[in-house]
Design a binder for this molecule. Structure first.
Ligand SMILES: Cc1cc2nc3c(=O)[nH]c(=O)nc-3n(C[C@H](O)[C@H](O)[C@H](O)COP(=O)(O)O)c2cc1C
Length: 382
C-alpha cells in the first residue's frame, strides 16, 4: 500500500529540535518510548549486527546528575550565550535561547534517552561504528514525533562521556552517541525551515557538477544549465574575504583563462557593469560585458556575462558563515544565452555533452585555484 506522501513529508520536514516546547509536566508512558525503539531498531546495521543499546533515564536524581554533566561539558556556555544575546536582535539569538533553555531544564524533561552502541571507533577513517547507530537514533526521533513527542539531538554530554559512563554504569567498550530528551510537545505546529535547495548541493556524476534542469540521465545539453560549484573553508571572517571576492581583477591572478577586468560603472551595485577579458587556446580571445545581478556586501557577489537577461554564463561568489570559520562557494552556470560554446556545439552537435563536460572541467580547475588563492590571501591577512 503506498504511503500518504504528504504525511510522511510533513513528518520528515517538521521533525525539529524541540526544546522550549517540551511539556515538562506531562509524563511519557514507557510503552511509547519502547514502541519508538522497536521502530528505530528497523534501521540497518553493518553486518546486520544487533549492537545498539538504549538507556532510558527517568530517575530524577540520575537525570539531575546527568544534566549537571551536560552543563559542565558546555551546556552552561549555551545558557550564558543565550543571556548575552538576549534582546540583541542577533540572528543566532533564537537558537541560543532555545539551547540555553534546554541546558537549564534538562533535568526536568520526563525522559532522557541515551543511544549507545557496543564497540569503539577504530580511527580508520571509515564511519564503521556511527553508521550503525545514527540512522536508528534519527528513526527514533521520527517515530517520537509521529506520536506527539518531541526530541532534540544533543551531544554536549559527550565532552564528559567518561563521567556519564560512571554515572550510568556504562561498561568499557560501549560508545555513547546521542542524548535525546523526550517529552510530549506543546502544540504540534512545527515549521519547515529554510535549507539549501537540493540543486545547490547535489553534484551529478562528478564532484561539483550541477544541473539547473532535469536531464534524467540523458546526455547533458547546453539548455540543461550545466554548472560547476567549488567550495573552500577559510579560517577567516567575511570582512577579510569580501574585498578579495569583490575585486573583479583577482581571479586573473589564478585563472589561466580570465585575463582581467575593468569597471564600466563607478559604484558596484546590482546593475553595475564591467568588461572581462578572456583567452583560451581553443576559443581564442574574447571580451564579455558582465552585469552584477546580486550584490550583498560580505555575502554575495554575482554577475551575468553577456546579455544579463539571457547570459552566456552566470557566476556567483557566496560567503557563508560557519561555526568558527567561513565557507566560500564559487559557482558558474552555462547559458542560457549563446556563448563561446554555441559555435562549437553547432559545428559538432553529436559532441554537445562532451564539449560541455570539457568546459566544466577547465572551469572547475580555474575556479578551484581562485578560491584557494582567496583562502590563502584571506588567511594571511592580519
Ligand atoms: C551532531 C549534532 C550535535 C548537536 N548537539 C546539540 C547539543 O548538544 N545541544 C543542543 O541543544 N542541540 C544540539 N544539536 C541540535 C542542533 O543545534 C539543531 O539541529 C539545530 O539547532 C537546527 O535545529 P533543527 O534541528 O530544529 O532544524 C545537535 C545537532 C547535531 C546534528
Amino acid at each position: 500500500m503506498p504511503f500518504p506522501v504528504e504525511e510522511t513529508d510533513r513528518l520528515l520536514s517538521t521533525t525539529r529540535s524541540v526544546r522550549r516546547r517540551l511539556d515538562l509536566e506531562r509524563p511519557v508512558p514507557e510503552e511509547l518510548i519502547l514502541d519508538c525503539i522497536d521502530l528505530a531498531e528497523q534501521a540497518p546495521t553493518g553486518g546486520n549486527q544487533p549492537s545498539r543499546r538504549w538507556l532510558v533515564i527517568r530517575d530524577p536524581k540520575v537525570k539531575a546528575a546527568l544534566a549537571d554533566l551536560y552543563r559542565e561539558a558546555g551546556g552552561s556556555w549555551l545558557s550564558e550565550r543565550a543571556s548575552a544575546l538576549a534582546g540583541s536582535g542577533d540572528p543566532r539569538e533564537r537558537a541560543a535561547r532555545s539551547g540555553g533553555y534546554l541546558a537549564d531544564h534538562l533535568h526536568e524533561v520526563p525522559a532522557l534517552v541515551l543511544v549507545t552502541i557496543y564497540g569503539e571507533h577504530d580511527g580508520s577513517g571509515r564511519p564503521g561504528l556511527f553508521d550503525s547507530v545514527l540512522q536508528a537514533a534519527w528513526s527514533f526521533c521520527l517515530a517520537a514525533r509521529s506520536r506527539g513527542l518531541g526530541t532534540a539531538w544533543t551531544t554536549l554530554h559527550l565532552g564528559a562521556a567518561d563521567k556519564v559512563a560512571d554515572l550510568l554504569e556504562i561498561p568499557d567498550g560501549v560508545t555513547q552517541v546521542v542524548l535525546l530528551p523526550v517529552a510530549f510537545t506543546i502544540g504540534d505546529d512545527f515549521a519547515v525551515v529554510a535549507r539549501r535547495p537540493s540543486r545547490d548541493i547535489t553534484w551529478f556524476d562528478k564532484w561539483g557538477r550541477t544541473l539547473e534542469r532535469p536531464t534524467n540521465g540523458n546526455p547533458v545539453k547546453f539548455t540543461d544549465g550545466a554548472g560547476i560549484t567549488v567550495e573552500v573553508d577559510i579560517d577567516a571572517k567575511a570582512p577579510a574575504i569580501w574585498p578579495l571576492v569583490s575585486d573583479i581583477n583577482l581571479p586573473a591572478r589564478f585563472s589561466d583563462e580570465f585575463q582581467g577586468a575593468e569597471w564600466l560603472d563607478e559604484e558596484p551595485a546590482v546593475g553595475a557593469r564591467f568588461t572581462g577579458r578572456n583567452k583560451r587556446d581553443d576559443l581564442g580571445e574574447w571580451e564579455a560585458t558582465c552585469t552584477l545581478v546580486e550584490y550583498e556586501p560580505e555575502r554575495v557577489f554575482a554577475w551575468h556575462a553577456g546579455d544579463p537577461d539571457s547570459p552566456a554564463a552566470q557566476w556567483r561568489f557566496e560567503i557563508e558563515p560557519l561555526l568558527g570559520g567561513t565557507r566560500l562557494r564559487f559557482s558558474m552556470v552555462l547559458g542560457p544565452g549563446t556563448s563561446g560554446l554555441t559555435a562549437a556545439i553547432e559545428a559538432m552537435p553529436d559532441k554537445e555533452s562532451a564539449i560541455i563536460a570539457n568546459r566544466q572541467k577547465g572551469q572547475a580547475a580555474n575556479m578551484r585555484r581562485t578560491i584557494e588563492g582567496i583562502r590563502d590571501l584571506a588567511e594571511s591577512t592580519p
